[in-house]
Design a protein around this ligand. Structure first.
Ligand SMILES: Cc1cc2nc3c(=O)[nH]c(=O)nc-3n(C[C@H](O)[C@H](O)[C@H](O)COP(=O)(O)O)c2cc1C
Length: 470
């Protein structure tokens, strides 16, 4: 089991109490708000009028002592040492302007999804955090996914009975409480002991669609049981067809009928932020996955490849092309969605090759650098698909208004990735549950404010894009 030891490592290290030389009291770094203290000590230089050597001043001595204390802390060691510890906040690229300055200590205290980010940051192993937060190269695609929302404004219509708002949607015959779904993300046990099971229980309670990654750390059978209905299964196609077939037979036997073929991350990637921010000492990672590479570790060790001969097999397959798609389409009798389409040309190809749906995605800015945001790519894909097949979208969605804008541009449903991982890392099931509750609540609010009673009522007339010609 690649995650065999993670109960002790990944649920957050058990921090012994420390005696602080500065505070003179016993305290636990995580509970005592170590970041706040650290910020105070690092960012409070003496007045410019002081003339003695800075190092002689009591505040500097205290600071030096405090930094020494930090260096000896197991929490800091878990973050990869003092240097990595001091740099950690910079890894977090997603902070919303509205995130609370106080770090929440329970899920119920969160006002928005950003409130979970720092809470999770403090609990998740440093290498896993860096892996999740990272984009590629300079993280430009990652940022683009967020920045676009500022350039789309709402055009509300007034005096429609907002008590009647209904956020439910029907996706391939199953009705969900809202069009906001949970994206497939590999190895969710890297963020919380129960990983995919905690996500499933929250999704079940909130009537939410859950997608499961090929790189799941929990078998699909267990996740479907916890969810109480089948997940949509995300496929990283193995390079050997026999392996692909075996994998899909298992998915079918587990009751899942919808497969998402990911096509935007087949060639490898340059996850610079991850590589810079992860701890130099990866021994902590070795306790949950082998090899120095990116989590969640080698493909052959993943839960879904048990019993499949993966010798010499790559997943995803870098040689994958439309010929493979035809073979897959012939084999898979259920619904097939293509994940990672960003242009109308490929949307046309996808329809011609028999896909039942398109997910506009750039892998959350984790695959190709300097792309457009997915929201900008969405209209041309919707234009091509027309009413023939549904179009979904993910990438950077953090607010109900973000989701509303994509629905206005023709998306059938909207996926979130990192936000539910923040919830998971911070508080397990309760965190994911609150994330969904917040997003569903925000969507309902904006629908009511804009005068749209149902999801189907939302259309382009409800948005303006002054510097962006649709
Ligand atoms: C930690 C992490 C792991 C991911 N793993 C997968 C995966 O295994 N398969 C996949 O198709 N997409 C994967 N994705 C991409 C998501 O499915 C989704 O496209 C993306 O997270 C959406 O962007 P957002 O994180 O900004 O919401 C992953 C994303 C993250 C953050």
């Amino acid at each position: 089991m690649p995650f065999a030891k993670e109960e002790t490592t990944l649920a957050g290290p058990r921090f012994p109490q420390h005696r602080s030389p500065v505070l003179g009291v016993r305290w636990r770094p995580a509970e005592a708000g170590v970041y706040g203290l650290m910020r105070f000590f690092v960012h409070s230089p003496p007045s410019a009028l002081e003339s003695a050597p800075m190092s002689d001043y009591p505040s500097f001595k205290a600071r030096r002592e405090f930094l020494r204390f930090l260096a000896a802390s197991p929490y800091v060691a878990a973050a990869g040492g003092l240097g990595a510890f001091l740099r950690l906040p910079a890894v977090s690229a997603q902070n919303g302007a509205g995130a609370s300055a106080d770090v929440i200590t329970e899920a119920a205290a969160a006002l928005n999804v950003f409130d979970f980010e720092e809470a999770a940051h403090r609990k998740v192993a440093a290498g896993h955090w860096a892996y999740m937060a990272s984009g590629v190269d300079d993280d430009a695609t990652l940022r683009a996914n967020r920045e676009i929302f500022k350039r789309v404004q709402l055009r509300p219509r007034r005096l429609h009975d907002a008590t009647l708002v209904d956020t439910r949607v029907d996706l391939f015959g199953t009705v969900y409480n809202s069009p906001i779904f949970l994206c497939p993300t590999g190895g969710e046990r890297a963020f919380f002991t129960d990983g995919e099971l905690a996500v499933a229980r929250a999704a079940r309670a909130r009537g939410t669609l859950q997608c499961l990654s090929t790189m799941t750390s929990t078998p699909i059978e267990d996740v479907n049981k916890a969810l109480g209905r089948p997940v949509w299964y995300q496929l990283y196609a193995p390079s050997k067809w026999e392996a692909c077939e075996k994998l899909l037979r298992r998915v079918e036997a587990a009751g899942s009928t919808v497969v998402l073929l990911t096509v935007d991350n087949t060639t490898g990637r340059n996850s610079e932020t991850y590589r810079r921010a992860r701890p130099k000492d990866l021994s902590q990672c070795a306790s949950c996955h082998t090899g120095p590479g990116e989590p969640p570790g080698p493909v052959a060790e993943r839960a879904m490849f048990k019993g499949i001969d993966m010798t010499g097999v790559r997943a995803p397959n870098p040689a994958m092309d439309w010929v493979f798609v035809d073979q897959l389409r012939k084999f898979w009798r259920g619904k097939l969605i293509i994940k990672g389409i960003d242009t109308h040309e490929d949307a046309r190809m996808a329809i011609e090759h028999g896909f039942d749906g398109i997910l506009v995605s750039n892998h959350g800015g984790r695959a190709t650098e300097t792309l457009r945001s997915t929201l900008e790519a969405l209209p041309e894909v919707v234009g091509e698909a027309g009413n023939r097949i549904p179009v979904f979208v993910d990438g950077g969605f953090r607010r109900g208004t973000d989701a509303f804008k994509a629905l206005a541009l023709g998306a059938k449903a909207v996926g979130v990735g990192r936000p539910f991982l923040w919830g998971l890392g911070a508080f397990g099931q309760a965190g994911v549950d609150r994330i969904i509750e917040i997003l569903q609540g925000e969507l309902k609010l904006v629908m009511g404010n804009c005068g749209t009673r149902t999801v189907a009522d939302i259309n382009r007339s409800y948005i303006a894009t002054p510097d962006w010609k649709l």
